[in-house]
Structures are given as C-alpha cells and as structure tokens.
Design a protein around this ligand. Structure first.
Ligand SMILES: Nc1ncnc2c1ncn2[C@@H]1O[C@H](COP(=O)(O)OP(=O)(O)OP(=O)(O)O)[C@@H](O)[C@H]1O
Length: 866
C-alpha cells in the first residue's frame, strides 16, 4: 500500500497540506488571514503567517538551517518492467524525520516519513515515486534553493489554490519568481550571458532544459556537482586547462575504492578523455584540488585495464561510468542549475560487451555499488530472437531517459551490428570485458566493434597477451587506432626484432638482443600511456594469503603403458606431422593423464589405435596418479578440516563425471556447474555452495564456469588438468581467492610427471612470462630471456620420461629435488595441512614462495647461459 499524505487526491482539496497550529481549521481560515495580510504589507506579514504553518521550508527565518536538501528524481508509479525517472526536483529532510519533496519549480509534491536507507529507497509520496539523488552541499546553491522553496511556499500560502495562477501575478510583486521553473529562472537572471537554445537530439539533452552557450567574453563561474571540501578523502579527476569545473567521483562510490582502485579510476578517466599521462611529470598540480592539469593528447582515447583478476576492474569501470554519466568538466552546451551546477554528464550511453556468462555479474555489480535505480541497465537476454535484440538496441539508442547502459554478450554483436553501426555518435563509451577475445585480427566481432562510432574505449582483461605480439597489436590498435602505426610498420619496427631477440638460437648474438631490447622499451613507452597492469599481490593487503602448490604426481604403470601404446599405435611421422594433425593424439594423452579409463570412449583411440591388447583392467578409474592424490587430499581435508570446502576444476566433463562418482562413493556432498548448466541455475548453485555448510565440493568445468564466478565459500581449489592457455587456468584459480574470502587459500595444480601435462605447464610458464614482460612495469629485469624452455617440437611433446620425479624441476634446477616442506601456519588453526606437518607463519611462507619463484627464473637463466 502506498503511504499517502492525508489530503492527497481528495476532490476539491488544495494540493498542499497547510494546517494551522493549535488545531485551527484549515483552508478558509488560512485564506482569510492571508488576504488581510497581503493588503497590509505583503512581505513582512506574509512571513509571519507562514511561521504559524507546519512544514514550512527551512528558508524561513525561524526555521533551522540544518535541514538537509537533496536533489531528487521522480515519476508516476507504473507497472512497466523497465522504469525510468521523468522529472527532477528537490527534497528537504526535516529534523523531525519528515522528507518533503518539491518539483523543479519549488512546488511541494508530497511528503513521507524518512525511510532508511535514505538514498537507496524509492519513496512513495502521493501520486509519485521518488528517489533521492544526492545531497546539496554547496552553500550558495542551498541558499538559492531555499529561497525558491520559500517564495513558492509564500505564494501558495497567500493565494487560494483554486485561483493560484491567475491571482498570483496580481498579488505578488512583479519580481517574484516563485512560479518560474529553475531553468527559466536561470535564463531570466542571466539572459545577457546565456541564451536558450533547442538542444540537438544527438547531444542527448532533455528538451525541457536550458542550455548554456558560453560566449568567450562572458564566462560564467560553474560549480562542480560535489563540493570537495565537504567530502572525506575526495577523488578529484585530473583535467585539461580548458575545464570549467572539477569532476569529483561520487562519494557514494569513492568511499569504497581502495588505493589502487582510486588510481585506476583516475587512470581510466585520463585515458578515455585524452589527458596525457606522459606529461604528468611536467603537469601542474593544484594542491587544493589534489588533481593535475594535464595536456590533451588526441592520439589516446582508449584504455587497456590489464589488472590481474579480482582487483576490481568491474568496480573501477562502474565508477568511471557513473562519474561521466553525471558529470562533465566542460559545461558548454550542458544544462545547468541556477547556481551553475551541470545537470547532466559528458556521456549518456554506455555499451558493455562481455562473455554471456558475465552479464549477470555486471548487473549485480551495478546493483551492489550504485543500486539499479540510479542508472538504467538493459541486457540482451540469451533467449531473445535476433529480431527482439535488434529492436532492443534500436530503442536503447533512441530513447534517452530509460536506459543508459546496454550489456550484451560477444556473440550478440554480429546480430545487432547494423543497429549499432548505422548511426553515428550515439554511443559515448564502449567497454569490452575479457577483451582478449578480440585478439584475432580477423574476428568478425572485432570488425563490427571497430566500425562503431565511439571514441572512448575501455578494454578489460587480466590476460591480454596470451600468445604473441600479433595479438597484442590487434588489441592496442583497436583501443587506440593507429598508435602503433600500420601492421606492416609494427611488424618491421617491433615484432620482428623483439621476436628474434627472444629466440633462444639468438641468445649469444649481442646485436640482435640489444635491438630487441631497445624496440621492446620503445613499444612499452608508447603502450604504458594507456595500459595499466597491477598484479593481484596488491590483494594481499585485503585478502587472506594464497599459496599455489604444484603437485607433481607420478603416473601409474597403467598410465605409462597407455602413453607408450598410444604414441606407438599412432605411428606418427614427425617429419611430416603438424601440431594440428596430432591434436587427436594430444587429447588422448591428456585424457590418460587424468585417468586411463577415459580413453575407452575416445574417438581417436577407438579409430586410430590398435587397442586389442587393452584389458578391461586397464580402464580402471583409479589407475591414475592424479586421482589417487586427489582422493587422498579430499579425505584428509574432510577429516581434519571439516569446515573447509574445495573447488575441483577440470577441462573435461568426463573427468568431472569420474570425480563425481568418486565423491558419491565417499559420500561427500557436492554440486556441479558445467556447460550443460542452465544460465538461470548458475547463481542458485553458486549461492547454495557458498552458504550451505554441508556441501563440501564444487565440481567446475573450467571453460564454461571459470570466468566471473565467486566461490569464496571454498578456501581450497584443485586444478585437475591444465589448459594450453594460461588465462583459462588463472581465471579458474581466481574463483576462490577474491573479495569476501575469509580463510587462507590453497591452490593445488595436479601435474602428471614426465608427460604432456608437464609440457603444457612449461609452455604456460613461457606465455605468462611474455605477458609479464610487456605489461608488468614493476618487473625488475626486462632483460630476462623469455624462452624458459626451448621451443616445443612435436617429438618433445610426445616423449614420455618414465623415471623423472619432475621434468620441470630437472629443467630448471640442479638440486636433488626434495624441495622445501610446505609450510603451514600455526596462526590459522583451521588449516591443517594434508600431511599434518608443523608450520611457520603465513607471511614467512608467502615470502619463501616468492623467493623460490625468483630463484627459479634466475637459476634457469644461469643454466641457459652455460
Ligand atoms: N573496494 C572493494 N570493496 C569490496 N569489495 C570489492 C572491492 N573491489 C572489488 N570488490 C569485489 O571483489 C570482487 C571482484 O571484483 P571485480 O569483479 O571487479 O574484479 P575483476 O578485476 O573484474 O575480476 P575478474 O577479472 O575476476 O572479473 C567483486 O565481487 C567485487 O564486488
């Protein structure tokens, strides 16, 4: 039920509730008093009369100035699924806890008792739904609004409501502006400086507003939306010399931002607004504003936010979107309030493209940080027909007030390409999440997005370089077209020299190495202007520690035999075979690594390999080193750490099937998410796992569920097999070590030794190094030879080392391979290790781990130089 004010909607009653104190009767008495007083002395007496009324605006002399004022948005209640705000106005919060709402002209439209949370609630007042936008803090503006409310109140008090409009002009002094809307008021006052013009439709300006046309000679003092002196730790954006006002991130969101996120928001803002970071050293720092005046750089309008997973790329992007939606540094052509506060922002329409599985996550994050009522979010539902999608996109672009953000999956881009690209200048900002999807220069989606008429681009990716510089060029050229020159130029100047220097066969050729280094540095100099990369070591400050453990698992005799038979049976000719022609065999070997039982249904095995010699016993599920290690780990955890949960990730649903059966046989409660899980079930599965204490394990398919899931209910994760692409594994591993995690986390990577599992791991390490080199500015020595291992030739890929404890270790270390005992923390009693050994502190362990990683790299370097 709506909480209606007493007199609202009753026939023949005045719209405002004006009661006299002392229970005196209402309108008749009031009207007669007013009339008498007007004849005597309009202004002074009127004040006196108003003082006897309840709920007068606080501008009145005997009212407290402590009442807070807010801007509001309001609308008529509607049953529409996607609602929009129709009008703007003001609210006053009385000390008594009553909220009074006024329209833009200062006329009262309703009242409610204060409901918390004040800003997030949609208040039902009379026939309106109202939401508070932000609190007014600027004294000048507050005074003006109070005056407006006061004038309006007075005119309402002295004028019989039924004849208000006709009598007011006769009774009030001719200078009264009580009934003039704010925008007109502004025009009247500043008519010499500004003229009212009809906004151009493509500037997204609302038709009822007044637009400022600054003439050079008469520049007005504008005010920012937020007053930084009133904000604790304000986040003020950098600006160019021609900026009219400061842009300050809404404290509603900036108060949550961590230090690296504040820096990130500023960085993105600078890039997409073409403010040059390179000039930062010479830039003017305004000490009162904690921001810099930067040079304009027309080459840059895009940003690559390459922070590792979990650093809050989504939150930072939302902060930038909200800031630019509400604010602008350049006020020309923008409607302003009476006191010069811009009423709309620089950007009106935002397009976010992401993997379809992340659409829900984006929506949740918008809701978490802004509340969905503040900004209209439209998502393209995966069940939509192409026709429905096309109409949705058309409407999104056409209708100004309803939606500001359109979120859709990459696969929808092609079906709505015409709608997106046909019209110019309609999208103000493009965000591509998991943007490494655009790495292929021939991708059709990339071509469509390149054809979009949008200047500001943000590409989010924790793993932007996955394979080579070719892909890096594609991504960079998409964000900031032309910045690295044409592709032939890039190839000649950067790609060839850098790649040659990385080739191990050139490792003693000083000339090649030097040129490669020089060109790397040059390329980094260009790209660092708009690339921000931080590692998730930053999170150690906010999250419990994370320990990555690689468990090298000895293959069983059955596995070794299966490897040999498969390779022999495939009868490969290494002189003619290519990587692609051996994919079937590679998959087969990977399956054997997980469990020999998987091969019986493998198409390559059944069609190409002579399997007459295979006995049924060979297909025993548990004839797998990794499965034996996994089961022992699970049992240990279950017994010794009953509160801890575990996520088990595999690239193969068949492997998940095997593990599922093993869990069932051990009566371990689990849930599962893979490609066959319906999108609408995903959230409830995740929520039930995180909340339900009895669910012990979560079986996750890496490809279909690795991205965007929040599985902080678990503190341990097993990566049962590797992908060639390290980013897939990294994504999966980040599911538990993220915000909301309360326990120290352990990530176990299971690798079958001496076979393809290890080769994949080694290749991953090489690729990861490549991305470190170009993105991690913090890396100490960019001179490190990236090729940790020789190029993988096919022969190497299919060679099986029967006797090694770890081929990876053999390659990089000369020690006896016993290693350090894994250290567990006595400070974390919950966390007993699988082997129950004694422990040192978390910090010591983390340091040890980092030291060991560095030692790894330098040892290998030495080895290669020998
Ligand atoms: N300052 C913060 N305070 C509290 N929670 C935060 C903060 N920043 C981010 N988070 C939360 O951390 C989680 C990860 O953030 P987000 O998804 O933005 O990271 P990301 O860098 O985009 O990671 P991924 O690449 O894995 O998607 C989210 O649940 C987010 O709400």
């Amino acid at each position: 039920m709506m909480n209606l004010p007493k007199y609202e909607n009753k026939p023949f009653k005045p719209p405002r509730k004006l009661t006299l104190t002392g229970n005196a009767k209402t309108s008749t008495v009031k009207r007669s008093i007013s009339r008498t007083q007007i004849t005597a002395s309009p202004l002074t007496k009127r004040t006196k009369t108003c003082a006897t009324l309840t709920e007068t605006p606080s501008a009145l002399p005997n009212q407290s100035d402590n009442n807070k004022l807010f801007t509001i948005m309001y609308r008529k209640p509607s049953m529409k699924k996607h609602k929009t705000w129709d009008k703007d106005g003001y609210a006053e919060l009385k000390q008594s806890g009553i909220l009074i709402f006024y329209n833009e002209s200062g006329a009262r439209i309703g009242r409610v008792s204060k409901i918390e949370p004040l800003l997030e609630t949609i208040h039902k007042a009379g026939s309106w739904e109202v939401q508070l936008d932000y609190e007014l803090t600027d004294t000048k503006e507050i005074t003006k609004i109070r005056t407006l409310l006061k004038n309006n109140f007075e005119s309402a008090s002295i004028t019989p409501p039924s004849t208000a409009s006709s009598t007011a002009s006769n009774v009030l002094p001719s200078t009264s502006k009580a009934q003039i809307p704010i925008t007109q008021l502004f025009t009247v006052q500043t008519v010499k400086k500004f003229k009212t013009v009809l906004p151009k439709p493509n500037e997204h300006t609302s038709l009822s507003t007044t637009v400022n046309q600054d003439t050079n000679s008469t520049r007005r003092n504008y005010l920012p939306v937020f007053v930084q002196t009133k904000i604790k730790n304000p986040l003020v954006m950098n600006k160019s010399i021609d900026a009219d006002v400061d842009v300050i991130v809404d404290p509603l969101i900036s108060k949550f931002l961590r230090k690296h996120q504040r820096e990130g928001v500023k960085f993105i803002y600078d890039c997409i607004n073409g403010l040059s970071q390179v000039e930062a050293s010479t830039a003017v720092v305004d000490p009162t504003q904690q921001s810099m005046i930067l040079e304009k750089n027309s080459d840059i309008n895009g940003c690559l936010l390459a922070d590792e997973m979990g650093l809050g790329k989504t939150l930072m992007t939302i902060a930038v979107i909200w800031t630019l939606y509400k604010q602008t540094p350049l006020v020309k052509n923008i409607p302003c309030s009476q006191s010069g506060v811009p009423l709309s922002g620089l950007c009106k329409k935002f397009l976010i493209i992401c993997p379809v599985t992340l659409i829900g996550n984006w929506k949740r994050e918008f809701k978490k940080w802004l509340n969905l009522n503040r900004i209209g979010i439209l998502t393209l539902n995966s069940n939509n027909t192409p026709e429905m999608d096309r109409n949705a996109v058309k409407n999104f672009l056409k209708v100004q007030r309803t939606y500001q953000v359109l979120i859709m999956g990459y696969e929808k881009v092609l079906s709505v390409s015409a709608e997106l690209t046909n019209q110019k200048n309609l999208i103000d900002m493009l965000v591509c999440d998991e943007g490494h999807r655009l790495k292929s220069g021939t991708s059709k989606v990339l071509q469509v997005l390149k054809n979009l008429d949008v200047k500001r681009k943000i590409l989010l990716s924790g793993t932007p370089i996955q394979n080579d510089l070719n892909e890096f060029y594609t991504i960079i050229d998409f964000i900031n077209p032309g910045i690295l020159g044409s592709f032939p130029y890039f190839k000649k100047r950067y790609m060839v020299p850098i790649t040659r220097a990385r080739d191990t066969s050139n490792r003693y050729n000083e000339e090649i190495l030097e040129l490669g280094e020089e060109r790397s540095r040059e390329m980094i100099e260009i790209t660092k202007q708009f690339t921000l990369r931080r590692t998730n070591s930053i999170l150690t400050e906010y999250l419990p520690p994370r320990t990555d453990i690689i468990l090298f698992c000895k293959p069983t005799e059955t596995q070794l035999q299966a490897f040999d038979n498969a390779i022999r049976g495939a009868k490969l000719d290494f002189n003619t075979a290519s990587f692609n022609s051996t994919l079937g065999l590679i998959t087969l070997l990977k399956k054997i690594c997980n469990s020999p039982s998987l091969i019986k249904n493998d198409s390559y095995f059944t069609s190409k390999i002579d399997h007459s010699q295979y006995q049924r016993a060979n297909f025993n599920v548990l004839n797998s080193g990794k499965l034996m290690v996994l089961m022992s780990l699970l049992k240990h955890l279950r017994t010794n750490c009953p509160e801890e949960k575990i996520v088990i990730v595999s690239n193969y649903t068949q492997t998940l099937d095997i593990i599922e059966n093993l869990l069932l046989s051990e009566q371990m409660i689990f849930c599962r998410l893979d490609g066959s899980t319906l999108p609408k079930q995903r959230d409830s599965i995740v929520m039930s796992f995180n909340r339900n204490p009895s669910t012990f394990a979560f079986l996750l398919s890496a490809k279909s569920g690795g991205v965007g899931l929040n599985l902080v209910g678990a503190s341990r994760l097993v990566l049962f097999d590797n992908d060639w692409n390290p980013s897939i594994d990294l994504q999966a591993m980040s599911r538990i070590h993220r915000d909301g995690q309360k326990r120290p986390c352990y990530i176990y990577r299971l690798i079958t030794t001496g076979c393809i599992d290890e080769k994949i791991l080694q290749r991953q390490l090489m690729k990861h190094n490549l991305s470190q080199k170009f993105l991690d500015s913090s890396i100490e020595n960019t001179n490190v030879n990236d090729d940790l291992f020789d190029k993988q030739d096919l022969r190497d890929l299919f060679s099986i080392n029967h006797h090694t404890k770890s081929n990876t270790h053999d390659l990089i270390c000369t020690c006896d391979g016993l290693g350090d005992e894994i250290q567990y923390d006595t400070e974390a009693p919950d966390s007993v290790p699988p082997n129950g050994k004694k422990c040192t502190t978390w910090n010591q362990r983390v340091n040890n781990y980092q030291r060991r990683s560095k030692k790894w790299t330098s040892l290998h370097k030495k080895k290669r130089q020998l």
